[in-house]
Design a protein around this ligand. Structure first.
Ligand SMILES: NC(=O)C1=CN([C@@H]2O[C@H](COP(=O)(O)OP(=O)(O)OC[C@H]3O[C@@H](n4cnc5c(N)ncnc54)[C@H](OP(=O)(O)O)[C@@H]3O)[C@@H](O)[C@H]2O)C=CC1
Ligand SMILES: CC(C)(CO)C(=O)C(=O)O
Length: 300
């Protein structure tokens, strides 16, 4: 590892997609809670397979050299612990890139990290194929920005590198708005499909459609109170466009529930419910969905 390295912490679906893509254009190291095979295989969206050797570490055994970038690619609920473990090992203050969905990790780590903090919001789709592989299921776009627009050059540098690595990316000056827009989509889709164990496209049918519409109403009121500008065409159009584009998907939260894993409930519904409380806005649908996700997997 050296001062050019991209250290990726959280060797899951997104982390391995990032590692195997970036490894084509930059030095990369991958760090997790356990050792993974050094030879990793990426299956591309057109079905071709590409294997390559990647430097893999356990976080607790990382060398102390400061990498150029630390990409945090854990789930939101693991991000704090992973950040603390990694920073306990590294000297210096690398650029930190937060890839989590939701809006919980970003403001907290932006305050705490001594170096630049960038946020990435991506619509790439990836899933794991065992300990030594990842499937790049669908191409998307990644937006890179920092919350106070103090690191525009660093954002541009990263977006350019991601583009060279085959992952379409843009540096943007409104990353906070984009994160909230994605959060709105996730709040309207994920908890409902997880609760009723349906594919995204079924939300267009009864009895689910009116439920989505009620969630969108609550989200729109909360966003307006928070001063988050609506997407062009409005919240409804954004949500239904994503539902149509991902109709056959089992959303990430449904996959988590089916596998008995924790969900990203707190990172997605948490900021909305906190904002609703701050502005004294009733949010009965979001609260009920949040409660339904709190129930232990065996009781669902
Ligand atoms: N997958 C996708 O297509 C997309 C994902 N995202 C977002 O990206 C984030 C990551 O998602 P995804 O890759 O799917 O999640 P995964 O569950 O596949 O990967 C998370 C990884 O983080 C590791 N991890 C957890 N805690 C630590 C720790 N303390 N130190 C090091 N590694 C740790 C896990 O290791 P272990 O194996 O030990 O549990 C796992 O390998 C989420 O916020 C998700 O919403 C956004 C867009 C698309
Ligand atoms: C957009 C959506 C809902 C696609 O399934 C997603 O981001 C997820 O599954 O978390």
């Amino acid at each position: 590892m050296n001062d050019q390295t991209h250290l990726i912490v959280g060797p899951g679906a997104l982390g391995r997609l990032l590692a195997l893509s970036l490894a084509e254009v930059a030095p990369v190291a991958l760090a997790g809670r356990r050792t993974l095979p050094a030879i990793q295989t990426l299956t591309t969206p057109d079905g071709s397979r590409r294997s390559r050797r990647v430097a893999t570490f356990e976080v607790g055994r990382l060398p102390s050299a400061t990498p150029a970038f630390v990409h945090l690619t854990t789930k939101a609920y693991d991000a704090e612990a992973a950040y603390a473990a990694v920073m306990a090992r590294l000297a210096g203050a690398p650029t930190l890139v937060l890839w989590q969905n939701g809006y919980r990790v970003q403001p907290d780590l932006d305050r705490r990290h001594p170096g630049p903090v960038l946020c990435a919001s991506t619509t790439e789709g990836a899933w794991l194929a065992g300990d030594d592989g990842v499937v790049h299921a669908g191409r998307g776009v990644t937006y890179v920005g920092d919350l106070a627009n103090r690191h525009s050059r660093r954002c541009l540098e990263l977006a350019t590198l991601l583009g060279q690595a085959g992952l379409a990316a843009d540096a943007v000056e409104d990353i906070e708005t984009r994160l909230w827009h994605k959060l709105a989509v996730n709040a309207a889709i994920n908890p409902l499909v997880a609760r009723f164990r349906i594919r995204n496209g079924q939300l267009r049918d009864r009895p689910f459609r009116p439920m989505v519409e009620r969630v969108i109403d609550e989200v729109a009121r909360i966003m307006a109170a928070e001063g988050i500008s609506p997407p062009a065409g409005g919240w409804d159009a954004l949500v239904w466009r994503v539902v149509a584009a991902t109709a056959g998907n089992r959303a990430s939260m449904l996959q988590d529930v089916l596998a008995g894993r924790p969900t990203e409930r707190e990172a997605i519904l948490g900021p909305l419910l906190a904002a609703a409380r701050r502005h004294d806005i009733a949010a009965p649908c979001l609260s009920e969905l949040d409660d339904s996700l709190l129930v232990a997997p065996s009781q669902r």
